[in-house]
Design a protein. Structure first.
Lengths: 406, 488
């Protein structure tokens, strides 16, 4: 490429199939559990029973991956660009499907290969380097989108997961993104008995819902609120994610800065249950000071000790989990070697900070929801995506350091 | 040529030799027991039966939620404000299919059924154990215990949910089953109890805590009574009558020291000296050490005091009925901490039955007092009811008087009408069995629930059953929202 400004120009594509066996061991066979104790004849005697249901037909999940990409390097890689579009299809998805409760198994899930999902997205990476002069710097910006859609579940309309207070709050369904949040849509608070009677017409003598309780939307207009009125209330996957890395040096000073973020993902914030649920007359968040206490007082926080239905899975728990976070910041100064009469080949002091700044509207402790491992089998955790169960937040930290080399 | 031929033969035979069938690839975990290799000796059979009992001790069932749900619905309880909302809803019948307690009860009872089926469905394996290692009588006895418990779990399910999936084998394939007509469920319960009554040991020969022959007959009579088959109920109860006796002191039925006395027929066992670390994790699974009850802590007036005996319950007691003071504390009564001078929140009374306050000043979270599932006084009153319905009022009055005589209450005189005897039974059951989870099912089967509980929100045709829990509808393809109980 002599004479060209391009030092790298590459169009690439690939196709392949990979497998995923990311599940617990021995899931194909049933085992016994000997951890049941009962007092018999004055002694704690031990009991043994079948733990769960094995699945002898279990096999690997297969992903067919297709991508096409463009790599560009200009002016000796002073400017780099990388673009990639991918379109993957996974079959025989490994999912821990909850068994019917009436089957009574101690381990209430069966690991199964259940259908297919399509994932496609775009990744872009933009880089710039300037290595001339006293001031040198480089910057790197990456950006990614990823959309997935379940295209079949082997005849089953949907599979629920992630039990919270007796309800499944996430699920997978054909035509929807994986592990979307599921529950009631709300429309404020009932202010008067008349408003209730307009909606809950199927059983006018019902005693549960009173003025001050949450008004759920009767999706199917049958005059009662039950699980048939539950709909998609959130998507744990972001519209896009990004990262920005910046390095600079000026004489003896150096700087590194790393920012990343996620935009458009929802979080199911279970902390709302404790903070705003008001199931008992103590231990609540300050927001309940603004609760409903009579017609017109609140259209968002229900009455205290109200209907238990107020805490049902609904969009009250769903928040925008978008964030931009200054993940890492380092500022350093390297003393010239003559400063210490050439005793050290390097003598650098630096100040570094992690998670110093987070921009988010999320009300919980940390918008970056780690996954709680509920069991050994990795697949089971999938339903937990984006569900904040009071996860431990990432710490904000500042360090002062000294780096010495002889 | 010959050489090539030989090599080919060897090559082909090697090919055959290295191929294998999948049985060899799918090995069971050698470090874990598997169902295929179990049931080889008495210890294993006994362990499989012990596990079935463990499902009685869950928060979803007898260790916590059951007494809240039943005592609240029957209005033996009034709730204090600190009682959790998910329990208070059983006082005003505002629960729906998303109720956490209904879900946990359904889940707990079916886990008990599954554990019982693990024993019963493996009867062939158990019967293959040589009789020299385990006698046929003992094999039958162990299977009988599982059948008794399966009947108990199914009785709890069918009385509270109506039609429920009837599962009598180890379910395979993971597919949920549709609801079975309750008549069929009752038929299975009766068959199980009949079998158990033939194979279980009498109380005198059995360890405390295990199901006995008397328990099977008592329960069989109760099931027939619920079906209004009074003749068969009496036949079953006759096998219990005279084999047990009323405890000399009424309160002995609710004390740890005397809980296995002559009146005890079947109870959920608790012992606070045994492991309790897993109590709060034992929502439904019964795993680990959870050998105590939260009853004392929950209701106790010197502890959480979530509930106190309702005004209507206290008013039901005749003047000078000693069972009033044995069931409740009021100001002026004495407990382990001395004389009670006041009751917090200015409540008129607190529960004494099932509390440890007779021997200590607070509950300390864990109670070792057993929860009676069926005791002899209950059986006597059920015999009175069956006799009365069969037209034998004199006999019925005799049974009632046995119960009244124990506490020195005036005896009923002969010559009462059938309805008068029935009213006497309604009264006597409420008083004798206060806070023992029988009032609500009694009212429902007598058709009196709307009359007695309508003012609190009870609606006949709806609240006589719980809703099928929403999570069951979510996970069971054979039960959808169109199959839900009416009104939910």
């Amino acid at each position: 490429m002599d004479g060209s400004i391009f030092n790298n120009l590459k169009l690439r594509g690939s196709w392949g199939t990979t497998g995923n066996d990311n599940i617990g061991d021995y899931r194909y066979s049933s085992t016994l559990l000997t951890n049941f104790i009962y007092p018999i004849g004055g002694n704690p005697v031990q009991g043994t029973t079948a733990n769960g249901l094995g699945n002898a037909d279990l096999k690997w999940e297969e992903t067919e991956m297709r991508n096409i990409g463009l790599d560009v390097g200009i002016n000796n890689n002073q400017f780099t660009l990388s673009l990639e579009y991918y379109n993957n299809k996974s079959d025989d998805l490994l999912i821990d499907r909850p068994l019917a409760y009436s089957l009574g198994y101690n381990d209430p899930v069966i690991t199964e290969n259940v259908g297919s999902v399509k994932t496609h997205g775009l990744e872009a990476n933009l880089g710039y380097n300037d290595y001339d002069g006293d001031f040198t710097w480089s910057a790197n910006l990456n950006f990614g989108t990823s959309k997935n859609e379940v295209i079949s579940l082997g005849g089953v309309p949907s599979i629920p997961g992630a039990n919270f207070e007796g309800e499944f709050v996430s699920r997978i369904s054909v035509g929807e993104p994986l592990f979307y949040f599921y529950g009631y849509k709300t429309n404020g608070i009932y202010q008067t008995q008349e408003e209730i009677e307009e909606v809950l017409t199927a059983n006018p003598d019902q005693t549960a819902v009173k003025p001050g309780d949450v008004r759920y939307v009767d999706i199917n207009n049958d005059g009662q609120i039950n699980s048939d009125d539950k709909v998609k209330i959130g998507n744990p996957y972001p519209d896009f994610t990004f990262g920005f890395n910046f390095n600079a040096n000026y004489k003896n000073f150096d700087l590194n800065l790393f920012v990343n973020g996620s935009i458009g993902n929802d979080v199911f914030n279970t902390n709302i249950y404790d903070l705003e649920g008001m199931t008992r007359p103590f231990n609540a968040g300050t927001q309940v000071l603004n609760r409903w206490t009579g017609p017109g007082t609140s259209n968002s926080i229900p009455r205290a000790l109200g209907a238990t239905q107020n805490t049902n899975a609904s969009d009250r728990y769903v928040e925008d989990g978008s964030y931009t976070r200054l993940r890492n910041l380092v500022i350093g100064y390297s003393f010239p070697s003559e400063f210490f009469n050439d005793t050290f080949s390097k003598f650098r002091v630096y100040l570094s900070g992690q998670n110093l700044l987070t921009l988010t509207d999320y009300s919980g402790l940390d918008p970056e929801i780690g996954r709680i491992s509920l069991n050994n089998g990795a697949a089971r955790d999938n339903f937990e995506l984006g569900i904040d169960r009071g996860n431990y937040p990432q710490p904000k930290s500042v360090q002062i350091g000294l780096q010495v080399a002889f | 040529m010959m050489k090539t031929y030989k090599i080919t033969v060897i090559f082909i035979s090697v090919l055959f030799w290295i191929s294998c069938d999948t049985d060899q690839l799918e090995q069971n975990n050698p470090t874990q027991l598997s169902p295929e290799t179990f049931f080889k000796n008495e210890a294993q059979v006994r362990a499989s039966v012990n596990a079935v009992y463990a499902s009685l001790q869950t928060i979803g069932s007898y260790s916590r939620n059951y007494y809240y749900m039943m005592d609240n619905m029957g209005h033996d309880n009034t709730a204090n404000i600190q009682q959790e909302a998910n329990k208070i809803i059983f006082l005003d019948f505002s629960f729906d299919a998303s109720s956490e307690l209904v879900r946990a009860f359904w889940d707990s009872e079916f886990r008990g059924v599954n554990k019982a089926n693990f024993v019963i469905d493996n009867a062939d394996r158990i019967n293959e154990i040589p009789n020299s290692l385990l006698s046929q009588e003992m094999k039958d006895k162990y299977i009988g215990e599982a059948k008794f418990l399966r009947a108990l779990y199914y009785f709890n399910l069918v009385t509270r949910f109506g039609d429920v999936p009837l599962i009598t084998t180890i379910p395979e394939g993971g597919q949920g089953l549709p609801r079975t007509a309750s008549e069929e469920v009752y038929a299975q319960i009766i068959a199980d109890l009949k079998d158990a009554s033939q194979t279980l040991l009498p109380k005198t020969e059995e360890e405390n805590g295990r199901a006995t022959r008397g328990a099977a007959y008592a329960f069989l009579g109760k099931v027939y009574l619920y079906q209004e088959n009074y003749a068969e109920a009496m036949n079953a109860f006759e096998n219990v009558y005279g084999k047990y006796a009323l405890a000399e002191n009424y309160f002995d039925n609710f004390k740890e020291e005397t809980e296995h006395g002559p009146e005890s027929i079947f109870a959920v066992e608790y012992d606070e000296s045994m492991p309790n670390g897993a109590f709060w994790n034992s929502d439904v699974n019964g795993e680990g050490g959870n050998e105590s009850s939260l009853r004392g802590q929950s209701y106790g007036m010197f502890d959480w005091f979530n509930a106190y005996p309702s005004d209507e319950l206290r008013a039901e007691f005749e003047e000078n009925d000693p069972r009033f003071d044995e069931s409740f504390y009021t100001v002026g009564d004495t407990y382990a901490g001395g004389v009670i001078t006041e009751i917090s929140l200015d409540r008129p009374a607190g529960w004494r039955k099932y509390q440890n306050y007779y021997k200590r000043t607070n509950e300390n979270l864990q109670s070792g007092i057993n929860m009676n599932v069926i005791r002899y006084a209950d059986v006597l009153l059920m015999m009175a009811e069956a006799s009365n319905e069969l037209g034998n009022q004199a006999q019925a009055i005799g049974y009632i008087n046995e119960v009244r005589d124990r506490v020195d209450m005036p005896l009923l005189q002969n010559g009462l009408s059938q309805n008068e005897v029935f009213q006497a039974i309604v009264h006597e059951r409420r008083v004798e069995l206060a806070g023992e989870q029988v009032r609500f099912p009694d009212l429902v089967r007598w058709g009196l629930a709307e009359q007695e509980l309508g003012k609190y929100g009870y609606q006949e045709g709806i609240h006589n059953f719980f809703p099928i829990p929403e999570v069951e509808l979510n996970t069971n393809d054979s039960i959808n929202s169109g199959d839900q109980n009416p009104g939910y």
